[in-house]
Design a protein around this ligand. Structure first.
Ligand code: HEC
Ligand code: HEC
Length: 338
């Protein structure tokens, strides 16, 4: 089918039984449930960036092996859902995974690749890791471990697991994972599309997919990031593609802010993230990454939930940003080549 000129495929089977349809207005007003400052939600709180339907359950495993395009591999739902296993659909696309990425270590260190995928492509619910500086990855694990990096907003289970994993990870494991992900080339897998009207979405536990009932609604003040093929994405295929619908004109607004700082609202991003925003030394690249992830990070810095000393340069950058600024910056930065 075609929505806004873009071919989309609905997930059938695995995700078709998802509940709650999300409307833009309802999400914009959702409080920061579970956050330590839940009683006074910040006006910049991007509720839409934290989809969370904890009661969502996929269908039971019927034992039928699943497939994705252009792969000879086959995995059952039980295998795909095992956090100590990585469905490696395209083994020729990447070097051999170190043990911590492929299997993790029982009982606490889940395989990095199970959530961040075999090639560090990640998804809107976590983070892409491919091509990040190794020293940056090691530092982030240390910050999660020490508590210097926390999460503002709803405490969703993958984030809590990330902290638990970091706490149990040894320095050798962190270094091995960092070296592996740093050497991978980040993929351009997100198409940023400006739109007034967007397809209705529903939450598949921690990410949005198109509503099975179809329909459209006004975008409002949010970004709607969905996998093009939700089923393929749920199978953790590293070749999954995404569309991020953003408000009209937000890319140009974001570009102006990112390049000029918008008269002192912020600081030009290229000063530290490099001319193409692909990172320099231990400063991470931000170009072409999930806009939901980027906005959560900007909000986390603003709320001082991300308070590691290496992140201190970000404090003045985010201090004055409004919710609308965050959306514009993420729309622009995500639209760049990673
Ligand atoms: C249960 C799923 C899960 C597993 C397994 C997992 N992570 Fe994460 N990871 C996350 C989530 C969720 C985030 C944060 C997303 C956010 O801030 O919104 C994250 C964030 C990160 C970040 C920060 C990225 C950045 O750009 O700052 C790093 C680095 C990272 N993980 C490394 C690892 C490593 C190394 C492993 C294996 C030892 C691992 N993760 C295993 C879910 C996971
Ligand atoms: C003065 C230097 C500086 C400027 C200017 C700057 N950044 Fe950063 N940024 C950093 C550093 C350093 C980090 C890594 C923080 C850490 O280690 O925790 C970072 C991290 C980030 C992250 C988190 C990335 C990740 O992988 O989790 C985002 C998102 C980000 N910056 C966005 C921006 C945007 C957007 C701009 C421009 C409006 C900008 N930054 C300008 C220094 C800067």
């Amino acid at each position: 089918m075609l929505i806004m000129g873009v071919p989309m495929r609905f997930a059938l089977g695995i995700l078709a039984m998802v509940g709650a349809t999300v409307s833009g207005a309802a999400m914009a007003q959702a409080p920061a449930a579970g956050s330590s400052s839940a009683s006074v939600p910040s006006p910049s709180f991007p509720a839409w960036a934290y989809p969370w339907a904890p009661d969502f359950k996929g269908p039971p495993d019927d034992g039928v092996p699943r497939h994705v395009p252009d792969s000879a591999a086959a995995f059952t739902l039980t295998q795909e859902r095992n956090l100590f296993f990585v469905p490696d659909w395209h083994p020729d696309d990447h070097p051999a995974m170190p043990d911590v990425v492929a299997h993790g270590r029982q009982p606490d260190v889940r395989a990095c690749g199970s959530c961040h995928r075999a090639e560090g492509t990640g998804g809107p619910e976590n983070a892409s890791l491919a091509g990040l500086p190794a020293s940056y990855i090691v530092q982030q694990i240390a910050d999660y471990k020490s508590g210097a990096r926390k999460f503002a907003g709803p405490q969703r289970s993958p984030s809590l697991l990330m902290t638990a994993i970091a706490k149990a990870t040894t320095e050798e494991e962190a270094k091995a994972a960092a070296a592996y992900f740093a050497a991978l080339k980040p993929k351009a897998n997100i198409r940023v599309v400006e739109a007034d009207t967007v397809p209705k979405t529903q939450i598949a536990r921690v990410f949005y997919m198109l509503s099975k009932d179809g329909g459209t609604e006004p975008i409002g003040e949010r970004i709607v990031e969905v996998p093009v093929d939700a089923e393929q994405f749920e199978h953790r295929d590293t070749r999954s593609q995404f569309i991020a619908y953003v408000p009209q004109e937000s890319i140009a607004k974001g570009e102006a802010l990112a390049k000029t700082g918008g008269n002192g609202i912020t600081t030009p991003c290229a000063t530290c993230h490099g001319p193409d925003l692909r990172g320099v030394d231990s400063v991470p690249g931000i170009a072409g990454r999930s806009p939901s992830y980027l906005v959560r990070q900007i909000y986390d810095f603003q709320q001082h939930a991300r308070a590691g000393s290496a992140g201190a340069p970000m404090a003045p950058v985010v201090e004055k940003l409004t919710h609308g600024d965050m959306i514009s910056l993420a729309a622009y930065v995500s639209s760049l080549k990673p």
